[in-house]
Design a protein around this ligand. Structure first.
Ligand code: ADP
Ligand code: ASP
Ligand code: MG
Length: 422
């Protein structure tokens, strides 16, 4: 017997037929003697619809009411899943986030989980029930419903897994694992049988939306064994890992780096579209100027991503370039204009419609020349690089958005990640 968390995303609970298939996966694990918490997303498309309605009602709505509206999607799927399970002879009950309770902070619409009391869940499971929990939401200190940001059901699932000390947290989705690139963009992408937490964290934060970033952070911190697997697999199939894997999860296992014997130099290629670039030229250079520029942006809560500062020949002026999401561009420009007196510069230029392309892999720590392959591949396609940033296990470049897909596919080929034609 083990405690297990099974999370089903929007496609997995898109309609009653899909909910029945998801329930059949649950049935298999119950028959194997496990005690189960199921975490569900809203039926696919529902959250988008709810978000649109809140914007249509008023673009300046209260975030607490936004949460009240968008949290409703998961209540529907949790109730339906409990009904379907019961109809199959598997005793089950639904829990809203607040009933668990899943406690969060008060950052409505992007709240963080602050604690989960597992007692209700453990008692129910020990009474023979499957607990079906609404993903994406919890209860704020004020007692009001809060939501965790888009894709937040992954984080709910990992948090529940940590709270009940589950043996594993299985994320059932519409792909059968984590791939070397988004398989919708790079058809030759290959499924990874294992990926290290750190790599998954970089991939999630650099555009691979298969897992929400916070879910990976939490799994890494709490040592939750996390698997990404397909909801479309035959629920009654034998539980074996993909080709060449040494585990029994038919998907990708996200695990500690030292559990991976053969480390790839590059494990993945990702992209994020919709990046705006802002350059301040001829900025008068003195200690504290970067603090003044980025302080002005931070005061307006503008989230800055890539930052590059150049040294000038005479040491008196510098150029500062940074990127922000397109949606934050106007706010950033306004913040810079409003604080003009705090720093001097000659001119400002800006462009929207860029994309950040990244290559990620723990093997980069010990191999030279990984970045130069990236630059060569992009040069061969005639793609200009506007900015470059690196960290220990990733290299990112900013390019024109229209070349994003081409860049991902070409890098995928250059790093030898394409699966063989069959
Ligand atoms: P769910 O609704 O189940 O939470 P999501 O749409 O949030 O599913 O995440 C699954 C999607 O993530 C896939 O359909 C796939 O297109 C996308 N994706 C992006 N990058 C990757 C990757 N590297 N590996 C697998 N899937 C990826
Ligand atoms: N339903 C929410 C969303 O679409 C949460 C989730 O699916 O993870 O973002
Ligand atoms: Mg998701």
């Amino acid at each position: 017997m083990a405690y297990l968390v099974m999370k089903f995303g929007g496609t997995s609970v898109a309609d009653i037929k899909n909910i029945r298939r998801a329930a059949a996966h649950v049935s298999r694990e119950v028959s194997a003697g496990n005690k189960i918490c199921v975490v569900v997303s809203a039926m696919s498309g529902t959250t988008n619809q709810l978000v649109n309605w809140t914007n249509e009602a008023s673009t300046l709505h209260d975030a607490r009411e936004y949460d009240a509206v968008v949290a409703s999607g998961e209540q529907v799927s949790a109730g339906l899943m409990a009904i379907v399970l019961s109809s199959m002879g598997i005793p089950a009950r639904s829990f809203s986030g607040w009933q668990v309770p899943i406690k969060t902070d008060d950052a409505h619409s992007s709240a963080r989980i602050t604690g989960i009391n597992p007692k209700n869940l453990l008692d129910s499971m020990n009474d023979g029930l499957v607990c079906v929990i609404t993903g994406f939401q919890g209860i704020a200190p004020s007692g009001r419903v809060s939501t965790l940001g888009r894709g937040g059901s992954d984080t709910s699932a990992v948090a529940v897994a940590a709270a009940i000390k589950a043996e594993r947290c299985d994320i059932y989705t519409d792909v059968d694992g984590v791939y070397t690139a988004d398989p919708r963009i790079a058809p030759k992408a290959q499924r990874l049988s294992r990926i290290a937490f750190e790599e998954m964290l970089e991939m999630a934060s650099l555009g691979a939306k298969v897992l929400q970033i916070r879910s990976v952070e939490l799994a890494m911190a709490q040592k939750v064994r996390l698997a990404v697997r397909s909801t479309f697999d035959d629920p009654d199939a034998e539980q074996v890992g993909p080709d060449g894997s040494d585990h029994n999860v038919p998907g990708t296992l996200v695990c500690e780096e030292d559990e991976i014997v053969e480390k790839q130099i590059v494990s993945g290629v990702t992209m994020v579209k919709g990046e705006a670039k802002i350059t301040l030229r001829g900025v008068k250079d003195y200690p504290g100027v970067a603090a003044a520029v980025f302080g002005a942006l931070a005061d307006e809560r503008v989230v800055v991503d890539m930052i590059v500062q150049n040294a000038s020949d005479d040491g008196r002026t510098t150029d500062i370039t940074f990127t922000v999401p397109n949606a934050e561009h106007d706010k950033a420009m306004k913040a810079l204009n409003a604080t003009k007196d705090r720093f001097e510069y000659d001119s400002i230029s800006n462009s929207k419609g860029n994309a950040k392309i990244s290559v990620i892999g723990v093997g980069m720590r010990s191999h030279a020349g990984v970045a130069s392959i990236m630059f060569k591949a992009l040069a061969n396609e005639g793609i200009n690089i506007m900015l470059i940033t690196t960290s220990e296990i990733k290299t990112s470049v900013l390019i024109e958005e229209k070349y994003s897909e081409l860049a991902v596919r070409s890098l995928h080929t250059y790093y030898g990640l394409d699966k063989a034609d069959n």
